[in-house]
Ligand binder design. Structure first.
Ligand code: RB5
Length: 151
């Protein structure tokens, strides 16, 4: 499985840890930065990872910032992205099974390395259950069309 990973400065260390662990497990990890602890702006890394996934160059994505919120909000602006901010195991699983999330966002200031690794493993291994969830995911994407949302 190809996994795109990215983070801002707040998520840099945790991203390094996760990339190392996933690579050791046999995942094909594409690290889109940031590549050091210097202050950067999370929208750039959110967009880079979501863009790779939507383009089909990665199967799933992993993002890290301080909370998982900012980078998740930004990445969700990429059409076709379904980014779930998950700082617990239950939502990590359900975000795949019900929402077919294609990117998980984590908060390095919220969870430690152990929980973060479990969240990512669960997210990467869970499968979309389709069925009744399929049409809801389709309705999410219908909202991306111009004029889809009433003024
Ligand atoms: C950076 O200080 C911090 O604001 C960022 O990592 C993230 O938590 C934003 O949502």
């Amino acid at each position: 499985m190809r996994v795109a990973i990215g983070a801002d400065h707040a998520g840099f260390e945790l991203k390094q840890f996760l990339a190392h662990r996933l690579t050791a497990d046999g995942y094909d990890v594409v690290d889109l930065g940031t590549h050091g602890p210097e202050s950067v702006d999370y929208p750039e890394y959110g967009a880079a990872v979501a863009g790779k996934v939507v383009a089909g160059d990665a199967d799933l994505g992993v993002l890290v910032c301080g909370t998982g919120i900012g980078i998740g909000i930004a990445a969700n602006k990429v059409p076709g992205a379904r980014v779930a901010t998950c700082n617990d195991l239950f939502t990590a699983r359900l975000s795949r099974e019900h929402n077919d999330a294609n990117v998980v966002a984590l908060g390095s200031r919220v969870v430690g390395q152990g929980v973060a690794e479990e969240i990512v493993r669960i997210f990467l291994q869970a499968e979309f259950q389709a069925g009744r969830h399929q049409r809801r995911v389709e309705k999410i994407h219908a909202l991306e069309a111009p004029d889809a949302v009433p003024a």
